[in-house]
Design a protein around this ligand. Structure first.
Ligand code: ADP
Length: 511
């Protein structure tokens, strides 16, 4: 009972999880597909990238500023190299904004020796006055980004005080290096998005694809604000701007989520059915065991009781002794058949090849089979009407198994339909088939149970309360035998008017 509760709770939990998954999946796909949400996601992404790049530049500059000292002046080349900053040139100015002796550095790849000299002059006359070095007292750090001529320059500067001496460090950040090596580290070109950095002064694309869609609805832009502050980063989706693509993606996502949920629910459904079946089978099995034990015990106790009487000579007459002996014989036949049934059934259940087919005259097999229950029929006061067609074609048959099937049908008629007083067994050809029918005039079988009685261990509701012995495997065995012969067994019954069981076998089918 507790296990059942746990199983039910588990099934419920899985179902709830599936529903939650479906809900989440559905809302995600509808939301993820919406243009507003896409734009928001792209804006967040662009802001994150801009922030990352600016922090990178700033971090490297700070490290460089820290490395530079005035007294004695640091080796600027070494200071640059140990700072990881990508720097084109560095100038150290004193408090009168004059260049400190030896206070300049030029990157070899950007400036040759001659160029360096002209650049220094150019810097002192054109750039130095533009840097707000002295304007704000509190100013410690700053950046100036602008175009001089056609070329963009980014200068980062700081004020430092050392032993009461104020000096300024101005760093020219290497924008070529920034575009060629730093940007690619931040922008994944294989992803779903396209990146472009545009210079707003001249409208030139400084980084990324030249051919980005110009429609402002298709991209988001975030400006750089701390460093290259006239550059903007634009982010767009590769080809997902197309509403058709978005719609298709939404359909695919919904299908995937829907499919997964359907599979889960179907799986659960099957699980529930399997558990129910298993439970039913277990119930039936335990019924079967008690029925069989009962069926074995009853004839055995009868045999032992009458056997004991005979052995002790406690009989009044020779007739009575013969009667006791007959009872013993009858019960032992019953016992034998029950054991046959159980053993055959067990073999079939284990899936063992239990049939041995041989060419046989089916008329003869049936004739011999009906000899067996003659006495039992007489005891039950039933008459047997036999009609076996002559010259039936020989068919491939397991004679023992088929006999067992016929005996089971006749036994059932004696057990359940004795009140009809009559039993008719007919064997005849019907086209490509041979039909054996066993007809009785007993209570019949409820239509709702006519299929189930062929299931193993099943016994009709109406007889469960009656003291009629049975195990519920007889008809299951009959069906197995019929199907093993490539045929089948059916029942045709009207409650109150009797039942007709028919086994039909195909002719000419070599098994
Ligand atoms: P058992 O006879 O051991 O119960 P069977 O598999 O032979 O098992 O039969 C299954 C059920 O079918 C029986 O319990 C009975 O209810 C019903 N049945 C079988 N044959 C007849 C019949 N001739 N008339 C009425 N009911 C029958």
């Amino acid at each position: 009972m507790r296990r059942l509760l746990v199983v039910n709770a588990l099934i419920f939990a899985v179902l709830a999880a599936a529903v939650a998954l479906a809900y989440y999946g559905f809302s995600y796909t509808t939301e993820a597909g919406s243009p507003e949400r896409e734009r928001q996601m792209m804006t967040d992404l662009a802001e994150e990238k801009v922030l990352g790049i600016e922090a990178f530049i700033d971090g490297a500059d700070t490290k460089l500023f820290r490395n530079v000292q005035l007294d004695p002046l640091s080796n600027l080349r070494k200071a640059v190299e140990t700072s990881t900053a990508a720097v084109a040139s560095v100038f150290v100015l004193d408090d009168k904004l004059e260049l400190v002796l030896g206070g300049d550095y030029y990157n070899d790849t950007t400036y040759t020796r001659e160029k360096a000299a002209t650049f220094r002059k150019w810097f002192m006359t054109n750039v130095r006055p533009r840097l707000p070095l002295k304007t704000a007292d509190r100013l410690v750090r700053g950046h100036v980004f602008d175009h001089w001529g056609d070329t963009p320059y980014l200068f980062s500067f700081t004020r430092k005080v050392e032993k009461d001496r104020t000096f300024y460090i101005v760093v020219e950040d290497d924008l070529v290096h920034l575009v060629a090596f730093v940007f690619p580290q931040f922008f994944n070109t294989n992803g779903l998005r396209l990146y472009q950095v545009v210079d707003e002064i001249d409208g030139r694309v400084r980084y990324g694809s030249q051919s980005l869609d110009d429609d402002p609805n298709h991209f988001v832009k975030v400006p750089f604000s701390e460093t290259v502050d006239k550059w903007v980063l634009r982010v767009s989706q590769k080809d997902l701007t197309d509403p058709e693509v978005i719609a298709r993606r939404r359909v695919i996502n919904s299908l995937l989520v829907g499919g997964a949920v359907t599979v889960i629910i179907l799986g659960l459904g099957f699980l529930v059915i399997a558990i129910r079946r298993e439970r039913r089978a277990n119930e039936l099995k335990s019924d079967f065991i008690s029925n069989v034990s009962h069926e074995l015990k009853t004839p055995l106790s009868i045999i032992s009781m009458f056997g004991e009487m005979l052995a002790a000579g406690r009989t009044k007459s020779a007739e009575q002794a013969a009667e006791y002996a007959e009872i013993i014989w009858r019960e032992s036949v019953r016992l034998g058949r029950l054991i046959d049934n159980v053993l055959d059934f067990a073999k079939i259940e284990r899936g063992m090849g239990v049939y041995e087919f041989a060419e046989a005259d089916i008329g003869e097999v049936v004739q011999r089979a009906i000899e067996v229950p003659q006495r039992r029929l007489a005891t039950a006061e039933m008459t047997l009407d036999v009609d076996i067609e002559h010259d039936l074609p020989p068919i491939s048959l397991d004679a023992n198994a088929f006999t067992l099937a016929v005996l089971n049908l006749i036994d059932n008629a004696i057990k359940y339909a004795a009140e009809g007083k009559k039993l008719a067994v007919k064997l005849a050809r019907d086209g490509d088939l041979i039909r054996l029918s066993v007809r009785d005039w007993g209570p019949g079988i409820d239509p709702s149970e006519q299929e189930a009685i062929f299931d193993r261990f099943y016994r009709a509701r109406s007889i469960r309360l009656k003291p009629i012995r049975g195990s519920g495997i007889g008809l299951a065995l009959v069906r197995h035998i019929a199907r093993a012969h490539h045929g089948d067994v059916t029942v045709d019954s009207v409650p109150g008017a009797g039942s007709t069981f028919q086994i039909w076998l195909p002719i000419g089918d070599r098994t």
